[in-house]
Design a protein around this ligand. Structure first.
Ligand SMILES: NC(=O)c1ccc[n+]([C@@H]2O[C@H](COP(=O)([O-])OP(=O)(O)OC[C@H]3O[C@@H](n4cnc5c(N)ncnc54)[C@H](OP(=O)(O)O)[C@@H]3O)[C@@H](O)[C@H]2O)c1
Length: 271
């Protein structure tokens, strides 16, 4: 699907990868970009850039974990722009913590964002998408959805939930014209690490050694290239594809390397 002339919804569009996606979508000729996130001011700045690039911008400040607020935002979106052609569920957060460092409330919050937010947004839009008979649903995820590593227990579980949802949704939608893609990105130089303290320190050595960090613009370009080429699984950078391939062939080796250079408990088992 070419993005020229389309309406694209991007969640988490106030900062980082989402803001870069919004700008890049406009650059590729989208007619309208709908922006969702909580920070109204930051969304406004991104919307101004999108408008300056010649696309219509509809910023909707919403907490995606608030079902009623999200339903109201989707109502506004459908009334103002009609059914989006592409929906990119990109918003995400979550600290990397071992199980005994994670309060149950924080584990639930990590499921609320990104998994339940993506589920609810999709649930609200699926009827209109099916009625229109076209659409592309895209879920931005982490390598933790394929390769778990130590010290990020609830985070990994939430990313597996998001990946499982996308896979099951594709099966649900089999035979319909709605396409489903998962995006898996390595390290991206965004404010994620400032927004989620402690994450940067727990990146396994293997990832630091073999995965060159992407800029947010590079991540956005990889995602949009994948959408335009109708890829079901979009992986960037290329070295990450190699790592997944190695994991498929010799899972024990990648597991050993991930554990060897990852977060470790103290000698008495304490975090
Ligand atoms: N950075 C990386 O290395 C990396 C690697 C792989 C995957 N990812 C994934 O890529 C996505 C984007 O991350 P990023 O690096 O751009 O991080 P970021 O700079 O922290 O941006 C996260 C975005 O999500 C939004 N968000 C968070 N909670 C929200 C909520 N409850 N309701 C609405 N919006 C919410 C934030 O906006 P507000 O705060 O304004 O609400 C912000 O726009 C995430 O899903 C992340 O897991 C990142």
């Amino acid at each position: 699907m070419q993005l020229r002339g389309t309406t694209v919804l991007v969640t988490g569009a106030s900062y980082g990868i989402g803001a870069a996606l919004a700008r890049s979508v406009a650059q590729r000729g989208a007619t309208c970009v709908v922006l969702m996130a909580r920070s109204a001011d930051a969304l406004g700045h991104v919307a101004e850039t999108v408008t300056a690039m010649g696309a219509r911008a509809l910023p909707l400040a919403v907490d995606l974990t608030d079902d009623a607020a999200l339903a109201s935002a989707v109502h506004t979106l459908l009334a103002e722009t009609g059914v989006p052609d592409v929906v990119i569920s990109n918003a995400g957060s979550g600290r990397w913590l071992a199980i005994d460092e994670t309060e149950p409330a924080e584990a639930r919050a990590m499921m609320a964002m990104p998994y339940f937010a993506a589920f609810t947004l999709t649930r609200l839009l699926i009827g209109p998408l099916l009625a229109r008979g076209a659409g592309h649903l895209v879920y931005v995820n982490s390598p933790a959805a394929l390769l778990p590593w130590p010290g990020a227990c609830a985070y990994s579980a939430a990313r597996w939930a998001l990946r499982g949802f996308a896979e099951a949704l594709r099966a649900d939608l089999h035979g319909t014209p709605i396409m489903v893609s998962t995006v898996v990105l390595g390290m991206v130089e965004s404010q994620y690490f400032a927004h989620n303290p402690g994450v940067a320190e727990r990146i396994p050595r293997l990832a630091r050694r073999v995965l060159p960090p992407l800029s947010t613009d590079q991540a956005a370009a990889a995602i949009l290239d994948g959408i335009e080429r109708r890829r079901r699984l979009i992986i960037a950078p290329a070295a990450l594809r190699g790592l997944f391939w190695l994991h498929a062939v010799t899972p024990w080796l990648v597991r050993r390397l991930t554990l060897a250079g990852g977060w470790r408990r103290g000698v008495s088992g304490e975090p």
